[in-house]
Design a protein around this ligand. Structure first.
Ligand code: MN
Ligand code: MN
Length: 283
């Protein structure tokens, strides 16, 4: 987990520097994923580049043409794994303007304020309470249906859920637990909804499929990504990859994540770090 965290942090900082007016979202995503590989890790999920009112789960597909524009608010969310040990981190960058500095500060300050609570015995609701109070003090709303989470082996999201508000959960953090905390702040209503398909997929229910070509793609997915999310970009060289994904999705073998726009399309910022409880920050 420590190695994985270092790789995630370096890849994040590399990608952050690339977020500039005129840059290609696809090029940034691939550069960040390649950085993780170069450093000895693998991407634990496709790099997300979610812009403005899109809060999360927007990952450039193989033919994505998005070019970053001045004034956009870009959330770069990524994670590496080393032998399955996943870490998860995110940063928000404003492209060429300084309109949203406070919105970015609200989420960064939230993480700073909860850091001293990340120790054995802290009630999970306390973390949510501090995040919510911090974001509200800046005049924004926390997104209440996006949460931090446990991180595990070949699992990006495990128990516990770490809310961005006081959800009353008195369960306590435990020594050695690996978690990701990710406050989101918005000028909108403070919730996300499900948008269009994201092009991010995950193995859901491993069962037989009839076509040999589709089976080849399924075998490749199992061998290379196990139960971790993956992108069409990562299997695009296989014959009939698109058809295979459609078939596997229709058969309920893989699941496609939806993009998550803020309900009122409100501009949204995010910050995220991974931690090992009692041992500090991993990313
Ligand atoms: Mn993340
Ligand atoms: Mn996360």
């Amino acid at each position: 987990f420590i190695e994985s965290g270092k790789i995630s942090a370096k890849a994040r900082d590399h990608g952050k520097k690339m977020i500039k007016e005129g840059a290609s979202a696809l090029e940034i995503a691939e550069a960040v994923e390649n950085k993780m590989r170069e450093l000895g890790g693998k991407p634990a999920f496709p790099v997300d580049i979610s812009i403005d009112g899109l809060a999360a789960h927007a990952s450039p597909g193989p033919e994505d043409k998005t070019i970053l524009q001045k004034g956009q608010l870009v959330k770069l969310d990524l994670g590496a794994h080393v032998n399955g040990k996943v870490t998860d981190t995110a940063v928000t960058v404003e492209v060429g303007t300084n309109k949203w500095a406070k919105l970015i500060e609200a989420v960064e300050k939230s993480l700073e304020n909860v850091e001293k609570l990340i120790k054995p015995g802290t009630e999970i609701r306390e973390i949510g309470k501090v995040i919510s109070e911090t974001i509200t003090s800046y005049g924004y709303k926390p997104i209440i249906n996006l949460s931090g989470h446990g991180i595990g082996e070949f699992e990006v999201h495990t128990a516990p859920t770490i809310p961005n508000f006081d959800n009353g959960n008195k369960e306590k953090l435990k020594e050695g637990q690996t978690i990701a905390i990710e406050p989101f702040a918005t000028v909108g209503v403070g919730q996300v909804k499900e948008g269009k398909g994201s092009g991010i997929y995950e193995l859901m229910n491993d069962k037989p499929t009839r076509s040999a070509q589709v089976r080849k793609v399924l075998d490749y997915i199992k061998e290379n990504f196990n139960t971790l999310p993956f992108s069409l970009r990562w299997i695009n060289k296989l014959p009939n990859a698109k058809f295979a994904l459609r078939t596997l999705e229709a058969e309920g073998i893989i699941h496609q994540f939806a993009e998550l726009p803020e309900k009122s399309n409100g501009i949204t910022s995010q910050a995220e770090h991974s931690y090992m409880v009692g041992h500090g920050k991993l990313t």
